[in-house]
Design a protein around this ligand. Structure first.
Ligand SMILES: [Zn+2]
Ligand SMILES: [Zn+2]
Length: 288
């Protein structure tokens, strides 16, 4: 069980706190004395946004114990090498497929766009000693009360990866993005779930975590939900799922999409808060 949990969103697509933004995601996590960094943003134009926003929020990146990568897309991994330069002994955790080299999004009549982790960052991760780099496929606890989902079974018929993703330029091999993982935190008031892009789908993700933990109560869902291209049917099913889970907080970020964000907000106005760079949320033991 986790007693004190705090998230600070270091990087998101938007900010109402006057912090820097980019299409990317990174969250600083304080959890019972441990510090975890979840994703690093994309580091647009080598801007050093991760460090600038962390400094503005008083988060010292050199004190991070563990870096967890939600999946191997550029917008979550683009500051890995800069971060490791500042914190060379940090432990790194991700799914092995996060290191895949060939990953594309391919829209009709457009050239394939490479969206994998930048080479520099991948090469550095591959050079780390095994004692520092954990490639984990399955669900497990990282720390007391802190779980790593591992690959998430795709069970819901309406959920897909959310985009035209392929692992080759000729569109022969769809990229299933099985490296997409989420974290969960076991608190006295239920599970706090943190997603990266949630290419696995939030309903698949929550169901998997409920099955693995045997715990049903959802306290909060924070992170990207990747619903930009979701059908109305999928949006409705997602909204109904949130209504069933009854979390204390829904904080959609990054790739959730404006339409999906306002759709979810309509039916969950009290518990809803849009995330952004600089949004900090504390999940105390006693109350939300
Ligand atoms: Zn992604
Ligand atoms: Zn993303």
């Amino acid at each position: 069980m986790v007693n004190n949990l705090k998230f600070c969103i270091l990087i998101d697509n938007t900010s109402d706190k006057n912090l820097l933004t980019e299409h990317g995601f990174s969250v600083w996590i304080e959890c019972d004395g441990k510090t975890i960094l979840f994703d690093t943003g994309q580091n647009t134009d080598n801007s050093g946004i991760l460090f600038k926003n962390a400094k503005a929020l008083g988060c010292d990146l050199t004190t991070v114990d563990t870096l967890v990568l939600s999946h191997g897309h550029y917008d979550h991994t683009g500051s890995v090498s800069q971060f490791l330069a500042a914190n060379p002994n940090v432990n790194v955790v991700c799914h092995p497929n996060a290191l895949m080299k060939e990953r594309y999004s391919i829209y009709p009549d457009k050239a394939p766009r490479l969206i994998s982790m930048p080479d520099e960052d991948r090469n550095l991760l591959q050079s780390l000693p095994p004692s520092q780099m954990q490639l984990l496929t399955d669900a497990q606890m990282l720390f007391s009360g802190v779980g790593y989902s591992g690959a998430i079974p795709r069970q819901h018929p309406l959920e897909d990866t959310g985009g035209p993703f392929f692992s080759d330029k000729r569109k022969r091999e769809p990229d299933t993005i099985y490296d997409d993982i989420s974290l969960w935190f076991e608190t006295s008031q239920g599970l706090v779930i943190l997603t990266g892009c949630c290419h696995s789908g939030i309903m698949n993700t929550v169901l998997h975590i409920q099955n693995v933990t045997g715990k049903q109560k959802i306290r909060a869902v924070v992170g990207g939900l990747h619903l930009n291209r979701a059908s109305e049917k999928r949006l409705k099913a997602t909204r109904d799922a949130f209504a069933k889970w009854q979390p204390q907080a829904i904080i959609p970020c990054h790739c959730t999409g404006e339409h999906a964000t306002s759709y979810l907000k309509q039916t969950n106005p009290v518990i809803f808060m849009a995330g952004g760079s600089g949004t900090c949320i504390a999940f105390g033991a006693g109350r939300s």
